[in-house]
Every structure is written in C-alpha cells, then in structure tokens.
Ligand binder design. Structure first.
Ligand SMILES: Cc1ncc(COP(=O)(O)O)c(C=O)c1O
Length: 308
C-alpha cells in the first residue's frame, strides 16, 4: 500500500469507486408475498401494510402514534401547520434545507441558533438566547443520527411556553439515554428515504403522543378531508403507499443490524484515523447511540496539512 494518498499522486488502493451511500435493503423473497397480495387484492394504498407498519413503528419507538406520510418534508409541513405555529421558530444553523423549507411553506420565520461544534446539534444556550416573545417553537435535529440534547431543549421549551419538535430525518437507529429517539417532545418527524437506516423507498413518519396532533396529521395527509368530504383545512396528498409501507416494515426488521454494523464500522474508523493529527469526529454524548446515517470528519487544515 502506498504511503502517499492517491489525492497527492500515490497509487489508489481501490480500482473501482466505493459508493459513499449504499442502502441496506431487504431481499426480494421477503417482499414477494406482500406484493402479490397487494396486486391481487387491488389495495395499493391505504391498506393493511400501512397500518401494520405504523403499529410496528409505534411499538418500536414506544410512542402512542406513528403516522405514515409521503416524506419527512411533508410530515414537517403538516406538523408545523397542525400545531398552529406562528411568528418565529428557532432552528439549527447547520441542517438540511427541508427543516427550514417546511417552515417557510407555513409562512413562519426561521431564527437560526448555533450548533455545538462537537455534537453538531443545537446548542441549548444559543437556543435560549434566540427566543423572543414572537417565538412559537423550537425545531431540533439529530444531525447525522446523533441524538440532540432533548432534555435540555425540552426544559427551555417548557419554561418559555413554546413547542418542541424534532426533525428526526436521520433518527431511526439512534438511542437517547438507551431508548429510541421518537417518543420525546411534541413530535418527531422521520425520513424513510434510501440514505437512512430505515428505508421505505420514499416516505416519512410523524411520531407523537398527542392524540389531537396525530388526528390532524391523518386528515392533513388526505387533503384536509376528515371523511365527510367537507374540507377541514388545506391539506396535502401526503400518503405513504402500500409498497413503500411494506418495504418499511421489512426494513424495520433489519434496523438493529444496520445500526450495530454502522457503529462497528465507525469504531474501526476511529481506531484507524484517530491517531492522525488534525482529524476530528462527531461527539456522541454519554448514554446515547448515534445512528450514523452519515459518518463525518472535521479537518483542521493547519494541523492536518491539507484542506478537506
Ligand atoms: C435533516 C433533514 N430533514 C429533512 C429531510 C427531508 O427528508 P425527505 O427526503 O424524506 O423529505 C432530510 C433529507 O435527507 C434531512 O436530511
């Protein structure tokens, strides 16, 4: 093996490129029966697999309601709308665009608070000083699958009388103080797209213990139709199809293996890269497990000798 990185002219170790994201998917045999049943029954949406998936996710997370939606983005849009947020919402300055895009769709004003550079999650002190009388909510993110400081944020939300929501897009497979992230706060909204640990192809889950919120999300994902065909409010078509729900259900069986494998791989990276000056890792707080939807490193160019 060359001691000079290929980037600097050394011999590449691998001939072919290594995909940085390869979805961990169930095999075809585990899906065959369900697909056959959908095709012969004609129930390709709003059927038994969505119900079974929602029930299994709620059990896994230890939460009262898990509502399947078409994506995390639509789940966030409906959650912000259903909680009746207004004015300003505090969000992390480091997140994916959908956390904030869904606020803008609701006419809400994002106020950015810094993240802790170690954990890369919202810094509770920065959140406390970003809150004003116009603030109606805080939205946290479990960045790359690293659980946010949920208790500290919950305490600030309680003291200041605002809602607490998590964009938990990266959250499946993460443990907060030994329990899955998902049952805490007013709502947590997950993504099921192929870069995540729990995969439905496309899709999302809104997890909440709030009966009223869950009911509104169910109506909101159906255009705002509460069943009578009178419009309760302006909703979306944000349903999760039966095919996606079936894939999600089988993927849930593999979630623990996916999380364990990623953590073992990260341990190996820490071992191999940990001694190199100028390379830093995401900090996971004691008692938590990062899902490692992504494994990221930081580079201090002055110490490492190269930029990222
Ligand atoms: C933090 C965050 N929020 C929201 C989303 C959007 O998820 P979806 O593609 O399911 O709408 C993503 C996508 O990866 C994300 O990283």
């Amino acid at each position: 093996m060359s001691t000079i990185p290929a980037l600097l002219g050394g011999r590449p170790v691998f001939v072919t490129k290594i995909p940085i994201v390869r979805p961990f998917l169930p095999d075809k045999a585990s899906l065959d029966e369900g697909i056959q049943e959908m095709l012969s029954s004609g129930m390709v949406t709003k059927g038994r697999y969505l119900q079974a998936f929602e029930e299994a996710v709620a059990r896994h997370l230890g939460v009262k309601h898990a509502v399947g939606v078409s994506s995390c983005t639509s789940g966030l849009m409906l959650t912000y709308q259903s909680l009746g947020l207004s004015g300003e919402v505090v969000v992390p300055s480091f997140t994916f665009m959908a956390t904030v895009g869904a606020l803008v769709w609701n006419g809400l004003h994002p106020v950015y608070a810094d993240v802790n550079p170690g954990t890369t999650d919202l810094d509770p002190t920065a959140v406390a000083s970003a809150i004003t009388p116009q603030t109606s909510a805080i939205v946290g993110v479990h960045n790359f699958g690293n659980p946010a400081e949920i208790d500290a944020l919950q305490e600030i939300a309680r003291q200041r009388g605002v809602k607490l929501i998590f964009d938990a897009a990266h959250g499946f497979g993460a443990l907060y103080q030994g329990k899955p992230v998902g049952a805490q706060a007013d709502a947590q909204v997950f993504s099921l797209s192929p870069t995540k640990l729990l995969i439905a192809g496309e899709g999302g889950i809104v997890a909440t213990n709030d009966d009223n919120l869950a009911e509104k999300i169910r109506i909101g994902r159906e255009y705002g139709n509460s069943g009578s065909y009178d419009s309760a409010f302006a909703g979306l078509n944000a349903r999760l199809s039966e095919f996606n729900a079936l894939l999600g259900l089988r993927s849930l069986d593999m979630l623990e293996e996916a999380a364990a494998t990623r953590n073992q791989t990260v341990d190996l990276y820490h071992e191999v890269l940990g001694g190199i000056p100028g390379i830093g890792f995401q900090e996971v707080l004691p008692g938590n497990r990062n899902a490692y939807k992504d494994f990221s490193i930081t580079i201090d160019p002055d110490i490492f000798g190269l930029t990222r």
